[in-house]
Write a protein that binds this ligand. Structure first.
Ligand code: NAD
Length: 483
């Protein structure tokens, strides 16, 4: 099956590369020429464990290609994934301009010789499936191949030349040259390859059973787990098959928003309880251990800390609030999810104030910039907000992230952060250090060495990854979240 994936970001690139590994013929398209050139050379423009090797494998096997030529890629493909960004607008609405541009271009590019399936993989507001269908049709109106097909069909209507017309049309009526489907993505950055090969479920939204069948066929090796796993992503033991949820377009779109809104709410809930724990003398780690064991609740996504971030939660929760408002519904719980999170990002600064009293003129070291470990993604990362707040208060801010220093320096040249190359050089001259991202190496900090180079030994554990007793035994003032 020939597949075109438009957008080579975290979602599109991983999807395309994994489908190629499964034997599909894949062309990944992007408007960013620099990215496409890097990919052609076998280099991933994003940090994602295991991805580089799979890209090289696909290129060597000859079934993974990279292009900036959308029109040719569409002509070669049966399934066209739209996987471009849908970032938030200042109003909270999703910016759909990239989706719009791609959908219209796809319509303009189709040769109309076969039936194609245009699949929305970007996270889009409810109703976008129908909107994409309209946009592809708009593109088709400017497409000479489509207009010719319409003319042939019109000429054949009711006449004796039906067989000839049918042959010229390949048996496909003009209105059937494409179908739209929704296939929301649930991968997590940092474990995107595993999440793609071993997902909890695959969701397919379609109005037409043919589109749903073809997508199921595309994912067959994953659904049935018949593929030989790559060395970098071994199959989890006992993992046998993947449930496929086939549903209508609107429900598929809503599933994605509901999943992200629930996960964000779960974290905000844990943070709310953590803040109360701190006041009453309970330890959130113990509390979560106790209530997370309840099978109705589960322990995941209950880590208290500096709040959630990343490219998805904030924008998706804002988008669903906006959708609800459009329908005159006020989603109070979701608004609280956002406001609790906003407040939580301020908590490390309050802890620094409490421990150091004066922030102005102090040097603060941030351990971690990425919004979570194993990624270089700093979109809506709590570290950025914490750094800004400290800088505004007159502090000197240093930061060390194992992967994201360069990305941050490039994307935020005006943010006056001093970048360090390791935890020790970060700690030099610091009055306090703050663990912002729970990179594994931060669990094994050499506290003796770090303490020796600091001005004052204050450690704010914004992710509760350290043992408070061990940190205090090393002579530090320890401040966790909710403990
Ligand atoms: P991204 O910003 O990393 O990548 C988007 C890519 O699309 C960029 O490379 C950009 O150059 C390209 N692009 C933009 N306009 C284009 C055009 N006209 N033609 C070709 N390419 C174009 O985005 P992402 O993080 O991969 O997210 C994509 C979508 O998937 C979003 O809707 C997001 O909400 C959703 N999603 C993301 C994640 C995640 O973890 N990142 C997870 C699930 C769903």
């Amino acid at each position: 099956m020939e597949v075109c994936v438009v957008g080579t970001g975290y979602v599109g690139l991983v999807t395309g590369t994994c489908l190629a590994y499964l034997g599909r013929s894949v062309v990944c398209v992007d408007i960013d020429e620099r990215k496409i050139q890097m990919l052609r050379e076998g280099k991933s423009p994003i940090y994602e464990p295991g991805l580089d090797q799979l890209i090289i494998t696909g290129i060597q096997r000859g079934n993974l290609r990279f292009s900036t030529d959308l029109a040719s890629a569409v002509k070669e493909s049966e399934v066209i994934f739209i996987a471009v960004g849908t970032p938030p607008l200042p109003t909270g609405k999703a910016d759909l301009s990239y989706v719009k541009a791609v959908a219209q271009s796809v319509g303009r590019a189709m040769d109309c010789e076969r039936r194609r399936i245009v699949v929305n993989k970007s996270t889009v507001p409810i109703g976008s499936g129908n909107w994409v269908e309209m946009l592809v049709k708009e593109g088709l109106q400017e497409n000479p191949a489509y207009r010719e097909r319409q003319a042939v069909a019109a000429a054949g209507q009711g006449g004796s030349a039906t067989t000839t017309v049918s042959r010229k049309l390949n048996g496909i009526k003009p209105e059937d040259v494409f179908l739209v489907a929704s296939n929301p993505e649930f991968l997590r950055e940092g474990s995107a390859i595993n999440d793609t090969f071993y997902p909890d479920r695959i969701v397919i939204g379609a109005t037409d059973s043919y589109a749903a069948e073809r997508l199921r066929a595309l994912y067959e090796p994953i659904v049935e787990q018949t593929f030989v796993p790559p060395a970098s992503a071994p199959r989890p033991s006992g993992f046998t098959a993947v449930p496929v949820v086939t549903t209508d377009l609107a429900s598929a779109e809503m599933i994605k928003y509901a999943a992200n809104a629930f996960l964000a709410t779960k974290i905000s809930f844990a943070n709310e309880i953590a803040n109360i724990c701190e006041r009453v003398g309970a330890d959130i780690k113990e509390v979560v251990r106790g209530f997370g064991l309840d099978s109705r609740i589960g322990p995941k996504f209950l880590n208290a800390g500096v709040g959630w971030g990343g490219s998805c939660f904030g924008k998706d929760v804002s988008a669903i609030i906006d959708i609800a408002n459009e329908y005159s519904y006020e989603p109070e719980l979701l608004r609280s999810t956002v406001s609790v999170n906003k407040r939580q990002r301020h908590v490390p600064v309050l802890k620094l104030q409490e421990a150091l009293k004066i922030i102005k003129g102090k040097t603060i070291g941030l351990l971690g910039l990425a919004f979570k470990p194993e990624t270089d993604d700093i979109r809506d990362a709590p570290a950025l907000e914490i750094a800004r707040e400290l800088l505004e208060m007159g502090a000197r801010v240093k930061a060390y992230d194992p992967i994201a220093n360069e990305v941050c320096a490039k994307q935020y040249p005006d943010l006056k952060i001093e970048y360090a190359t390791d935890a020790i050089s970060l700690a030099e001259d610091c009055d306090a250090i703050v663990i912002v991202t729970e990179w594994e190496e931060f669990q094994y900090l050499n506290l003796e060495e770090i303490g020796e180079v600091m001005n004052t030994k204050v450690l704010v554990d914004g992710r509760n990854v350290l043992d408070p007793a061990a940190v205090e035994a090393a002579g530090f003032k320890y401040r966790g979240i909710g403990r």
